[in-house]
Design a protein around this ligand. Sequence first.
Ligand SMILES: C[S@@+](CC[C@H](N)C(=O)[O-])C[C@H]1O[C@@H](n2cnc3c(N)ncnc32)[C@H](O)[C@@H]1O
Length: 306
Amino acid sequence: MPRPWRDAWHDALYGPGGFFMHSRPSDHFRTSVTSSDVFAQAIARLAREAGLDAVVDLGAGGGELLGRLHGIDATLRLTGVELAPRPDLPAGIEWADELPASIEGLLIAHEWLDNIPCDVVEVDDGGVARHVEVDPDTGRETLGGPVESAWLDRWWPLGEPGSRAEIGEPRDDAWADAVGRVHGVALAVDYGHMADARPPFGSLASFAGGQEVDVVPDGSRDVTAHVAVDAAAARVGATLERQRDALARLGIDGTRPPLDLATADPSAYMTALARASESAELRAKGGWGDFWWLMTDNRPRTGMED
Ligand SMILES: C[S@@+](CC[C@H](N)C(=O)[O-])C[C@H]1O[C@@H](n2cnc3c(N)ncnc32)[C@H](O)[C@@H]1O
């Protein structure tokens, strides 16, 4: 039976038998946080430079970021917020299935917003924007009733028949709710688009087993769509920058070690070379470097700033 995309998407990821309820994200795809320690080093530095000693990881997956942070700085207080069960992590790391009411620290949500289900719309042959409905078993789509959405009008106006969009409002709402709890710094990191470069047919995609696969909301695969990052940032007054620029400020520059280190200290050279290549992957054009960092500084003002 066809269902509105948002409902089918929700059940496919988070319902009984939902993808994230029975499989770890890292079993299916690599992310900046699972690939190496380098991203975690930047996050540890970001927290410390902001004077924060706690990190809350929203959508913590298999807890990889928290495990790495613990290894880098065991004095950080760490909490994972995740719908899936607690993975094997050091005892001092807290794990919860919902955000605390108040967060005194750095809140990070890495590749979380893209997994918040949205309504999907498509313009029919008569120029009317309609809800797209989907059969969860097959992925076959049909058009439903007409759509009225102030969010679409503002952030993603549709034109030609056949053009499509995901209504990002639930993501903006979810991020605003999370940021509203933070008395430190809130950071969302995700792939996304801005008003000047929306994907004309939307960006629904599925991944499983390390590959992009047909989009079917049947619980066997991830279902994701790029985030309208300008809308989400505007909602909470966040700054927006590309990951490669944010990481450069945090000392992750991808510079190769000097060649003479190879003879002076081959082992240090190999370590530095590996780190340079991990850093370069995090900053790559056409890859993770294109990800957006949405940052909101909610630290109490001291009156000494100016
Ligand atoms: C793509 S994974 C990202 C995992 C990890 N942050 C990374 O980047 O590798 C998204 C995760 O968000 C979790 N998630 C989605 N909605 C959530 C919610 N409301 N509360 C807690 N976790 C949630 C999912 O279960 C899933 O593990």
